[in-house]
Ligand binder design. Structure first.
Ligand SMILES: Cc1cc2nc3c(=O)[nH]c(=O)nc-3n(C[C@H](O)[C@H](O)[C@H](O)COP(=O)(O)O)c2cc1C
Length: 213
């Protein structure tokens, strides 16, 4: 019998792991994560996704400046003014805020970033554009968790998307959709905090309870 957690346990414990060790991640594991990304669904199987793996400290530092600015100007104040979401206690929410602030300061110190991009051309992308890259992002988060690596889905750099994509050196027509800082976690994997199914699921009519949940 294998001790490896099954898919449902992996999903339940794939948390944002914001505190990471600076230790390098073996190439074979990075390749496994990327392969998991490529197994994801994408519109028409056109595979316009591109994945920029960034280890260069200067590039990461140049992007972190925008990530931090967005925290200082937008996200930090928003956290202070908001209530805990469903399934999350005030104490857990406070710890989440502390972890978010920690990642903000240490974003560039993650040994590896996977930057998930789409090659879209000059036209502004349609509303559904992200649906061809976020399944790959989720597959990579699950794969990292299964391999004992921590990662976080981050999009905050997009508050300053032109400047951040410029710092990443993306060519015209290519946009980043997420940056996943990946590394060995400092903390432990644990279950995510979410509300109950009955809070979010309706039957036939909007707002009508789905029996049995
Ligand atoms: C679209 C999206 C964008 C996110 N951007 C960030 C981010 O920029 N920085 C960050 O620390 N976490 C980010 N997160 C992670 C969420 O904050 C996290 O999933 C949420 O707080 C729940 O925590 P958990 O996944 O550990 O349960 C993002 C998640 C999503 C889905």
């Amino acid at each position: 019998m294998s001790d490896d957690p099954g898919l449902f346990e992996i999903m339940q414990t794939t948390r944002a792991m914001r505190r990471l060790k600076p230790d390098p991640v073996p190439e074979a594991l990075i390749a496994k994560i990327l392969q998991a990304g490529l197994w994801a669904a994408n519109g028409g199987n056109t595979q316009r996704w591109r994945f920029l793996v960034v280890k260069d400290a200067k590039i990461k530092q140049a992007v972190q400046v925008h990530y931090k600015r967005a925290f200082d100007e937008i996200i930090g104040p928003r956290y202070l003014a908001s209530q805990p979401p469903p399934g999350v206690t005030a104490e857990k929410y406070r710890r989440q805020h502390a972890a978010v602030e920690y990642l903000t300061e240490h974003f560039h110190e993650a040994p590896v970033w996977i930057v998930a991009c789409l090659e879209e051309g000059a036209e502004p992308p349609p509303r559904w554009a992200g649906s061809s890259i976020y399944p790959a992002v989720q597959n990579m988060l699950l794969a990292a968790r299964a391999l004992g690596l921590g990662a976080t889905l981050t999009t905050r750099h997009l508050f300053f998307e032109k400047a951040a994509d410029g710092a990443l050196g993306l060519p015209p027509g290519v946009r980043s959709y997420a940056i996943l800082p990946v590394g060995y976690p400092l903390g432990k994997f644990g279950p995510v905090g979410r509300g109950k199914l009955s809070e979010f699921v309706y039957k036939d009519r909007w707002g009508a309870a789905y029996p049995g949940l």
